[in-house]
Design a protein around this ligand. Structure first.
Ligand SMILES: O=C(O)C(=O)C[C@@H](O)[C@H](O)[C@H](O)COP(=O)(O)O
Ligand SMILES: [Zn+2]
Length: 366
């Protein structure tokens, strides 16, 4: 078992990573003095797989734990689901001495984390991420929230967990498409921050796709370490943290336009990264061979690399609501080669984006 720390002063918390460590969850939560009364927020699919094991380890460690199930999928990451969660928390008497444990993927973590941030003005929460995407990304760093019909994650809060407990064995029950979606965020870390990690992924992609535990633990560990380092410097995305949004500008637009839940988040990010790399190459920040390396790695990981075909005007409209828009100007994270990146102001998206869509939308390659 490996333990990393997200260092945020008195709100610092451990991330434990390992293979087969789910039974140690109860002890880990005791070590961070997590409240005794725990609402385990999960969905029916994850509950059937891991609900009993989680309740067992919690009860053995002296917690009073019960599950609250919410519907499965990105289409349910909204205020309606959040309301049903509040109904349950209130009806079952969860008070300020209680805690919320998110058991599931990114949707569960984002919803449960936001509920914890605002329920009774905030109660402690912890994360047991069971998908690759949530293990390498969404469970760490405290971004919580829900979607709005006009944009991804438009309603939310920064709210850090007390503990993140990652058992890579849970990935063995993940649908392959869901697993590959998480790999897109792993590739993102290499592109924006760590050229050696990118090269490691190029070498080890087959081991990852074969779900070899040592490769998985290493990929999760490095990803979480990179994210922790960034969050420690810029918790609330005043600057540096925006680099974690690489590929998300067009990716979020594609998710919204395709209809929440149609594309997996990581699939949209993969498409968005290739398009961002093309813009970076056009601006001379990266080379065409850099862009090709990114596309080739994503293809090797069996990820889609072309955006869904929608009119440029529809994409441009969605981009106006991107959270990185500042004083009306869209900011895009663009890679400088591989392993480095920059936040770039796109003064004229209407000039830059349409030619990219022309080349990197599905229709163009058909
Ligand atoms: O943690 C971050 O910061 C990220 O941007 C990580 C992203 O991969 C993640 O998808 C995040 O939820 C996107 O945040 P948003 O603020 O663009 O909605
Ligand atoms: Zn993401």
């Amino acid at each position: 078992m490996k333990t990393l720390t997200v260092g945020l002063g008195e709100r610092s918390y451990p991330i434990t990573i390992g293979s087969g460590i789910l039974p140690a969850l109860g002890e880990s939560l005791r070590a961070v003095a997590f409240p005794r009364k725990v609402a385990v927020v999960t969905n029916p699919t994850v509950s059937a797989l891991y609900g009993a094991a989680v309740l067992d380890t919690l009860r053995e460690a002296g917690f009073h734990a019960a599950q609250i199930s919410v519907p499965d999928g990105e289409a349910f990451k909204n205020l309606d689901t959040l309301n049903t969660l509040f109904d349950e928390l209130i009806a079952r008497g969860y008070d300020r001495g209680s805690g919320i444990l998110a058991l599931g993927g990114g949707v569960i973590g984002d919803l449960a984390g936001f509920a914890a941030a605002v329920y009774l003005r905030g109660i402690p929460f912890a994360q047991v991420p069971t998908t690759l995407l949530s293990q390498v990304d969404s469970s760490v760093g405290g971004k919580t929230g829900v979607n709005h019909r006009l944009g991804k994650n438009l309603i939310g809060a920064f709210y850090q967990p007390r503990h993140v407990h990652i058992d890579v064995n849970t990935l063995s029950t993940l649908p392959p498409r869901e697993f590959r979606s998480g790999l897109a965020e792993v590739v993102k870390y290499g592109v924006v921050r760590d050229a050696d990690f990118f090269a490691w992924l190029e070498r080890e992609h087959a081991a990852l796709l074969a779900l070899e535990a040592p490769a998985l633990v290493e990929a999760v560990r490095i990803s979480c370490q990179i994210k922790a380092d960034i969050v420690e410097i810029d918790e609330k995305e005043g600057g540096l943290r925006a680099i974690l949004n690489y590929g998300h500008t067009l990716g979020h637009a594609a998710e919204l336009l395709a209809g929440y839940g149609t594309l997996r988040h990581g699939e949209a990010v993969a498409m968005g990264m290739v398009a961002a790399a093309a813009i970076a190459a056009d601006l001379g920040l990266a080379s065409e061979p850099d862009r090709l390396r990114i596309e080739d790695l994503l293809r090797a990981l069996d990820l889609p690399v072309r955006l869904p075909a929608f009119a440029p005007a529809v994409y441009l409209d969605a981009l106006t609501r991107d959270k990185k828009v500042k004083e009306g100007v869209l900011q895009m994270v663009l890679n400088r080669g591989i392993g480095d990146c920059v936040l770039h102001s796109v003064a004229h998206p209407d000039r830059i984006i349409p030619p990219i869509l022309e080349k990197y939308c599905e229709k163009a390659t058909a």
